[in-house]
Ligand binder design. Structure first.
Ligand code: DGT
Ligand code: CA
Ligand code: CA
Length: 573
């Protein structure tokens, strides 16, 4: 495979970096940087010029010496000058250079003044506050460096789906600009819509794998390149998220997509089904002997083992294969199935938008109804409403509802469930509301029996409708409180109450397993945004992803119902 301009330029850039760290002549450093720029912006492959025997010194900034180096790089893939510099300088300096905010000048200062030659040594120095005195460093740079190293060293860390999604979308957009790229899909746990992801697994098909790899590792928000090759490359993004890119051929695309979507347990189960039919299944295709019998689409892989296509959210080997065999895969809920939202906040408590802004945003998001559910008085940090403020707020909601076309506005509350299971507002004011959402925001550490009893008692209240974020967890931050959710779910069925699936990406509470338990018990789940601003309705899609992982169809979700039916259900009918 011919050496590409990007690779030639990368060799020159690295030579310039290392010379600069060594403290070499600035003119020499600049000559290599200029050469890198010339090659990058050439518009033709420099390897073709070399092959055609053209005179490279006619290129801007390229003299005899650099022309010779270009020929050397094009034929050997590297340069003796670079290799010598790499041997001379500590290997850890490369990792320092790739940290955001550290260029060769700063790395040189770190190396010469403090003897730093690895990420670990840099972390210790930054933590001890020894960087801020160096030329080119202040306390701000020091803090930024420390943050970048911690993100980098902290492997094994997981990321919220929503955070990963922002980075994934930007990176996919970057990849679309690479020459000759066709399909691009983010597979792995991301495609299965798990609430957190360990890393991103991106698949693409392309005419020229090396070109895509070069484009990928050149991403401006990459902090480090772990490997680069024609079929597989790996980078670490500036937030510490690792990304694997695999370039596959068209005929393998479906097999690779199936393989890298996982889960591993699902893959193993499908592969075993293949074995029973004398088929070998791997990321390259489905094979009978040496012949590939399927693999260009995911459907073809499933079809080869006698199954219909299974939605990624179900692929956890939790019964989806048996259901597919029996022809009883669920029709999973979709975002468009949601007709309303039953949990949001405005400036009346701790939201940032007005009633009107929220209503208009919900309407623009395609919702037919929206319930306003401010916090109640005991939640002082959120400026919770007492009975008088709530009554005034209900008035404002009713007035706006009269005036506003295209969406029905409901008056509700997110009422505190107090330590003893009583509700935070008098019965008569709760009775005036369309919907009462109850929530635990205090006394998280009660023993299991007491916590469970507290919540069951709240659900016994005649005006109680929906239990908000039932486990109280905050993903990657706070464990759920100790509560018997199986009992809560059974009690909800007996009492005719509902459980929320809070779609805030920090919560996604209920989790997938308990969504499925609610479904099996016949308890409807309300997928709610808990929006605190007019932008918050966008989070509904994360809730839908989690609901799908919990096998919920539209019939299992409370807010897929038309308004009249919703009102009947809330009235206990
Ligand atoms: P993550 O990244 O921890 O959130 O979870 P995944 O599911 O994305 O896992 P990852 O990134 O380690 O691997 C991506 C997919 O590749 C995984 O879902 C299934 C497939 N895979 C990885 N290792 C194996 C393996 O040893 N056997 C099989 N059958 N599949 C594997
Ligand atoms: Ca992954
Ligand atoms: Ca991976």
């Amino acid at each position: 495979m011919a050496v590409r301009n990007e690779e030639v330029a990368a060799v020159f850039d690295e030579i310039a970096d290392l010379l600069e760290i060594r403290g070499d002549n600035p003119f020499r450093v600049r000559a290599y940087r200029n050469a890198a720029r010339t090659v990058r912006s050439l518009g033709r492959e420099v390897a073709d010029l070399v092959a055609a025997g053209e005179d490279l010194t006619r290129l801007p900034g390229i003299g005899q010496d650099l022309a010779g180096k270009i020929r050397e790089i094009v034929t050997t893939g590297t340069s003796a000058t670079l290799e010598a510099l790499r041997r001379e300088l500590p290997p850890g300096l490369g990792a320092l250079l790739r940290l955001p905010g550290l260029g060769p000048k700063r790395v040189a200062a770190l190396h010469h003044e403090l003897g730093i030659d690895s990420l670990e040594a840099l972390r210790r120095a930054a933590e001890a506050g020894r960087l801020r005195g160096l030329p080119g460093f202040g306390p701000k740079t020091e803090a930024r460096v420390l943050e970048a190293i911690r993100a980098r060293l902290d492997t094994g860390r997981r990321f919220l789906l929503a955070e990963a999604e922002g980075w994934a979308e930007a990176l996919v957009e970057h990849l679309r600009a690479a020459r000759g790229v066709n399909e691009i899909v983010v597979a792995g746990s991301f495609r299965r819509r798990r609430e957190t992801v360990g890393d991103l697994d991106i698949l693409c098909t392309a005419r020229d794998g090396a070109a895509v790899a070069a484009h990928f590792v050149g991403y401006e928000r990459a902090a480090e390149v772990l490997s680069q090759g024609t079929t597989r490359s790996t980078i670490v993004l500036q937030n510490g998220l690792q990304v694997d890119l695999r370039v596959v051929e068209e005929g393998s695309f479906g097999a690779a997509l199936h393989y890298f979507t996982g889960s591993k347990a699902h893959n193993i189960a499908v592969r075993r089904m293949g074995q029973q039919r004398g088929l070998k299944i791997n990321e390259y295709g489905v094979f009978r002997g040496a012949r590939r019998v399927a693999g260009s689409t995911e459907e073809s892989v499933f079809r080869a083992v006698g199954l219909p296509w299974i939605p990624p959210e179900l692929r956890e080997d939790r019964g989806e294969i048996e259901a597919a065999q029996a022809g009883s895969l669920p029709r999973l809920v979709r975002r468009e199935d949601l007709r309303g939202d039953l949990h949001c906040h405005t400036r009346a408590s701790d939201g940032r938008s007005t009633l009107e802004e929220m209503a208009e945003a919900a309407r623009a998001a395609g919702l037919e109804y929206l319930a306003f559910t401010e916090h109640s008085r005991s939640l002082r940090v959120a400026r919770g409403l007492d009975a008088a403020r709530l009554r005034a707020h209900v008035e404002a909601i009713r007035r706006l509802d009269e005036r506003l076309e295209g969406i029905a506005l409901l008056a509700g509350i997110e009422v505190e469930i107090l330590e003893d299971g009583s509700l935070d507002l008098p019965d008569d004011v709760l009775a005036e509301l369309d919907v009462v959402v109850g929530a635990v925001h205090s006394h998280f550490d009660l023993p299991r029996a007491r916590q469970t009893r507290r919540i069951l008692r709240a659900m016994d209240h005649p005006h109680f409708h929906i239990l908000a974020h039932p486990s109280g967890r905050l993903l990657l931050q706070r464990e759920p409180y100790d509560v018997d959710l199986a009992r809560v779910i059974r009690h909800a069925r007996e009492r005719g109450c509902f459980l929320e699936l809070n779609a805030n990406p920090d919560r996604l509470d209920l989790d997938d397993v308990h969504c499925r338990m609610a479904r099996d018990e016949g308890v409807l789940v309300a997928i709610c945004s808990d929006a605190h601003s007019s932008l918050g309705f966008a989070n509904l899609r994360y809730g839908v992803g989690q609901a799908r992982r919990g096998w919920l169809g539209p019939e299992h979700v409370l807010n897929t119902r038309p308004l009249e039916e919703l009102r009947r259900l809330l009235a206990g009918g």
